[in-house]
Design a protein around this ligand. Structure first.
Ligand SMILES: C[S@@+](CC[C@H](N)C(=O)[O-])C[C@H]1O[C@@H](n2cnc3c(N)ncnc32)[C@H](O)[C@@H]1O
Length: 326
């Protein structure tokens, strides 16, 4: 595929690596830390250490999304498999540890290919190898890429194609970015494709604040790892103890924002530049938008998808949606 390095890594069919993970980190840091509101994309939270910390977040008592989405998938996976059809190829965006997809792969009739797409290369390869070993009849072809940028699916991935975008990762986008992502996914998966989308729902503020400010401090470690990553990869001199994690709820905007707040006035060097911080000034590192069912369905339509069915748990914490490409 043009633009990607193709590596043979048994038991995988291959690994397609677009190199998106490394190429723009330095530029993003130089530009993002020069803004009035300092800002870095959430995709940079996921190096190998960040991915491992995210897996730990998924097991926290305060972090309801993972267990709620898994129980929703368990409950409705037969219906999803029927909607997807026989011999489906599954393309997962932001596949992480590839845990939830096993529910689909175990239930779909004769799944053909599994194509996990993720920016966190080491974690992607390890998870894909694990899965390929456990599902020997499946062709597993990981793609290391930024899924907001153009990448090609291997030609041999045949219809029916089922996209999978769980974890409410769509909430990391602004609404405009989410629409653009859905449009791109519709065109790369093609007419007739399905998409199983997980989306977190708006709920009581105390549940949301606790989920993003856990008592064990794992979310704080996940967020602060971004500064450690800058130190490791971009010759930075961030003092981690001089920053504090904050998961802020912006109720009117319908989202949580993660910030790293400077505890004092300081000057930091990274990626060949210096950056001044006032006491209390923050770097915005992640959006996590929360939706209503109507909002998800409107967003899906604007992105070229027709909502077919939606499922919500008894406490209305989380939702999953089966969408069909128009
Ligand atoms: C919130 S985690 C969800 C992981 C898993 N799908 C789940 O539901 O638990 C987001 C995943 O998307 C990946 N990711 C984030 N931004 C990305 C991007 N722009 N392109 C590709 N992968 C990305 C991360 O590496 C991570 O594995």
């Amino acid at each position: 595929m043009p633009g990607s390095a193709v590596l043979q890594l048994a038991p995988l069919e291959a690994l397609y690596d677009y190199g998106h993970g490394g190429e723009d980190f330095g530029t993003a840091v130089r530009e993002g830390l020069s803004l009035g509101q300092k800002k870095l994309s959430a995709k940079f939270l996921y190096d190998a250490r960040g991915s491992a910390l995210f897996e730990e977040i998924c097991t926290l008592p305060e972090y309801y999304p993972t267990r709620t989405e898994i129980s929703l998938l368990e409950k409705h996976v037969t219906e999803i498999a029927e909607l997807a059809g026989r011999g489906a190829s599954v393309v997962e965006f932001g596949s992480g540890a590839s845990v939830k997809v096993r529910l689909l792969l175990d239930t779909l009739a004769a799944p053909d290919w599994y194509v996990p797409v993720d920016i966190s290369r080491q974690h992607l390869v390890a998870s894909a190898k694990d899965l390929a070993t456990q599902y020997p009849d499946l062709t597993v072809l990981p793609i290391c890429a930024d899924y907001t940028r153009a990448f090609d699916l291997p030609r041999s991935v045949r219809a029916p194609i089922l996209g999978f975008f769980p974890g409410s990762t769509i909430g990391n986008f602004t609404h405009g970015e989410a629409r653009a992502f859905l449009q791109q996914a519709a065109s790369s998966l093609g007419a007739g494709a399905g998409l199983v989308l997980g989306a977190d729902l708006m709920k009581a503020p105390d549940i949301l604040r606790a989920a993003y400010n856990d008592a064990a401090g794992v979310t704080a470690a996940f967020n602060l790892n971004l500064l450690a990553r800058i130190n490791r990869e971009l010759d930075g001199d961030f003092e981690l103890s001089a920053f504090r994690h904050e998961g802020r709820l912006l109720e009117d905007e319908g989202r949580i924002e993660m910030h790293l707040v400077s505890q004092r006035a300081q000057v930091v060097r990274a990626a060949g530049k210096t950056f001044a911080f006032r006491e209390g000034e923050s770097i915005h590192t992640e959006y996590s938008h929360k939706y209503t069912i109507d909002q998800v369905q409107t967003l899906a339509r604007s992105g070229g998808w027709e909502p077919v069915r939606s499922w919500v748990d008894d406490q209305s914490l989380f939702s999953i949606h089966f969408l069909a490409a128009r």
